[in-house]
Write a protein that binds this ligand. Structure first.
Ligand SMILES: Nc1ncnc2c1ncn2[C@@H]1O[C@H](COP(=O)(O)OP(=O)(O)OP(=O)(O)O)[C@@H](O)[C@H]1O
Ligand SMILES: [Mg+2]
Length: 234
């Protein structure tokens, strides 16, 4: 049994259906990427898993339990954290306050979790008293990821973690994600930087117009001529 099992999922916004029969699996400790053209519904998959879209049919099981129809505040307590594509930090709060927000479902904020996040992202410790809005794009992305790690989730949903970063920072961001995954957290990631994502992940899905188009190991998708021609620039 996979940690996350999405079956025949239909979802969208109000009356507007975007996802049409989507199937995806993420095993425990797996590293899975979703790639595809702009507007394909990649972010909508992530939002649907986290309870932020209109559910229209199918099922989403996490750790063997149905979570479709639950809201984010319930879902997060089950071991699933989500880093949105944009606006993913509280700009007016300090770095430390942002991290503390990540543990708002707990009675108190365990200092050991803050320390664990600082260990993974030393820059956040250095900048802990600074307002999040004053950080660079890459640092804000690390803060958003740090906040999502505060509850030590079993599955981390990352929507475009490398978007807008300079090339050297893109590599660093991917290295960080690799480390998080190697430490035992399953990762489901949407990436515009499809080649790099497929090189690193165990499994990938190509989503087109709200439907599964291809699914295979990252390596096989990279080598698949149809995928290369359509999405990877030949
Ligand atoms: N809040 C919303 N209300 C209505 N329609 C939306 C909303 N968010 C997204 N959509 C629509 O859903 C479709 C899929 O959008 P989505 O953001 O999931 O695509 P994506 O694959 O993540 O694209 P990108 O690569 O540009 O991030 C698009 O047609 C978009 O206009
Ligand atoms: Mg998106």
């Amino acid at each position: 049994m996979a940690l996350l099992e999405i079956r025949d999922l239909d979802a969208g916004y109000g009356d507007l259906q975007i996802l049409d029969g989507v199937d995806m699996d993420v095993g425990s400790e797996a590293y899975v990427a979703i790639v595809g053209p702009n507007g394909a519904g990649k972010s909508t998959v992530m939002k649907s898993v986290f309870g932020l879209t209109t559910y229209m049919g199918g099922s989403i099981e996490f750790d063997g339990e149905e979570i479709s129809g639950l809201g984010p505040s319930e879902i997060i307590t089950r071991g699933l954290s989500y880093v949105p594509q944009s606006d993913n930090v509280f700009a007016g709060l300090t770095v430390r306050e942002n991290l503390e927000m990540g543990a708002y479902t707990l009675d108190g904020v365990p200092e050991s979790r803050v320390e664990a996040v600082f260990e993974r992202f030393p820059i956040l410790e250095e900048r802990q008293g600074q307002r999040a809005g004053s950080l660079s794009g890459g640092q804000q992305q690390m803060l958003a990821m740090g906040r999502a790690l505060m509850l030590d989730p079993d599955l981390l949903l990352l929507d475009e973690p490398s978007a807008g970063l300079a090339p050297d920072l893109v590599a660093e961001m991917f290295d960080r994600i690799d480390e998080i995954n190697e430490a035992g957290t399953a990762v489901l990631m949407v990436e515009q930087n499809a080649k790099e994502a497929l090189r690193r992940c165990d499994r990938g899905y190509v989503l087109v117009q709200g439907q599964n188009r291809h699914e295979d190991t990252g390596r096989a998708l990279l080598d698949d001529e149809r995928v290369r021609a359509d999405f990877l620039g030949g």
